[in-house]
Every structure is written in C-alpha cells, then in structure tokens.
Write a protein that binds this ligand. Structure first.
Ligand SMILES: Cc1cc2nc3c(=O)[nH]c(=O)nc-3n(C[C@H](O)[C@H](O)[C@H](O)COP(=O)(O)OP(=O)(O)OC[C@H]3O[C@@H](n4cnc5c(N)ncnc54)[C@H](O)[C@@H]3O)c2cc1C
Length: 183
C-alpha cells in the first residue's frame, strides 16, 4: 500500500438525477450492505499474512541459538508462539462463523462487527509477538513480518475502529434491553 493520506474537498457539486446511483438518502444503507463482506475479506487477508508471519517467526525461533539452546526452548519465546497458534485458530473460527451467517443472506452486521473486533485485535497481538520473537530482525525489512505488523496496526482503525464497533454493539444491547422491558 502506498503511504500518505489524501484529502479531497468537494464544493458546490451538483449531480444530475440521471447520474445518481440508487435512490436519494439511501447511501448509508448501501454502504452497510457492502461493509459486512468487505470487513470479512480484510479479516481473511490479514489472517493469511499473520499465518505467514507466524511461520517466519517460528522458523527463526527454531534455528536461532541463545544461551546454548534454540530460542523456542526458552519458555518466554515458546509461549508467545503457542499463544499465537491459539489466537490464529480463534480468528479463523470467528471468520468462518460470521461468513456462515452472511451465507444465509443475513446482513450480519452484529456478527461482522464482533468478528472484525476479535480478529483485528487478535492479529495485532500475533503480529506484535512475531516481531518480538524475531528481535531486531522483526523490525527490519529483511522479512515481511515488519510490513504485516504495520498493516495489521491500521486494520484496528479502518472499516470501523474497535471502539466504534463496541459502541455500536453496546447500542444494540441497550435497544434489546429496552425492547424486552417494554414487553
Ligand atoms: C489504511 C487505511 C485505509 C482506509 N481505507 C478506507 C477506505 O477504503 N474507505 C473509507 O471510507 N475509509 C477508509 N479509511 C478511513 C477509516 O475508515 C477511518 O480512519 C476510521 O473510520 C476512523 O475515522 P477517523 O480516522 O476519522 O478517526 P476519528 O473518527 O477521529 O476517531 C479516532 C479514534 O476515536 C475513537 N472513536 C471514534 N468514534 C468513537 C465512538 N463513537 N465511540 C468510541 N470511540 C470512538 C476510536 O478509538 C478512533 O480510532 C482508511 C483508513 C486507513 C488508516
């Protein structure tokens, strides 16, 4: 991905009715339809990247010797890779579950929010541990681990920051409580 951040200013734009996509006032709804599957595709591609980062970090830890034994035999390092293994599987299952809901034809807004938060947070933990296991090499450009770490960091922000998804889920919990109380 190229770096930088574009800012586009639009002033006095008039779009003729013949050029309008969909119906007036429906833009937010259309965006929501696209967002659930789009979030899941980000989850999938970054899961794949983190699986690769874990392979690279595991290879490093099994070959690199420190204090007469491979790094992986130092519990602090072995545990980081073990925790990554658990997080990777949980992320995969969460994606499978949310994709299954979308396959039923549902918009899956709640499920995709839950999956996006859980997966992006897990992938961040994984990428961070991969960097840590690899020491200085982890933050160098010698492997893709450094790039995965940078990309996954941004994923906690775009397609809805973690806090915004939690805020939206909390609103739904409150609405459900109000509806139940009203019965
Ligand atoms: C790499 C990258 C790619 C992107 N790609 C796209 C794209 O393709 N299309 C697109 O439309 N946008 C894209 N974005 C924009 C992205 O969706 C926004 O950056 C994101 O929604 C956060 O908005 P903001 O940057 O204005 O942060 P702000 O709205 O200023 O929020 C800053 C922080 O405040 C907190 N926060 C905000 N609102 C709440 C709330 N309601 N409750 C609790 N906490 C809150 C969160 O922690 C958030 O991270 C991209 C961003 C990045 C970094």
């Amino acid at each position: 991905m190229p770096g930088g951040h574009a800012v586009v200013s639009i002033e006095n734009l008039r779009v003729p009715a013949s050029d309008m996509l969909g119906d007036a006032g429906e833009g937010f709804k259309y965006a929501q339809i696209r967002l659930s599957p789009a979030r899941l595709s980000h989850c999938m591609r970054w899961l794949g990247s983190c699986i690769r980062a874990q392979e690279i970090a595991s290879d490093y830890a099994c070959r690199r010797m420190a204090f007469s034994k491979p790094l992986i035999d130092h519990e602090g390092v072995g545990f980081m890779l073990a925790e990554n293994m658990i997080d990777l599987k949980q992320a995969e299952l969460m994606i499978d579950w949310a994709a299954g809901v979308l396959d039923t034809g549902s918009l899956g807004t709640v499920e995709s929010s839950m999956a996006k938060v859980a997966v992006s947070e897990a992938l961040m933990r994984i990428a961070d541990k991969c960097v840590q296991v690899m020491g200085g090499t982890g933050v160098s450009g010698d492997t893709i681990v450094e790039q995965v770490f940078r990309e996954v960091r941004a994923f906690r922000i775009y397609d809805g920051p973690t806090e915004v998804h939690k805020w939206s889920l909390a609103k739904k919990i409150k609405r459900a409580h109000r509806d139940q109380a009203g019965q």
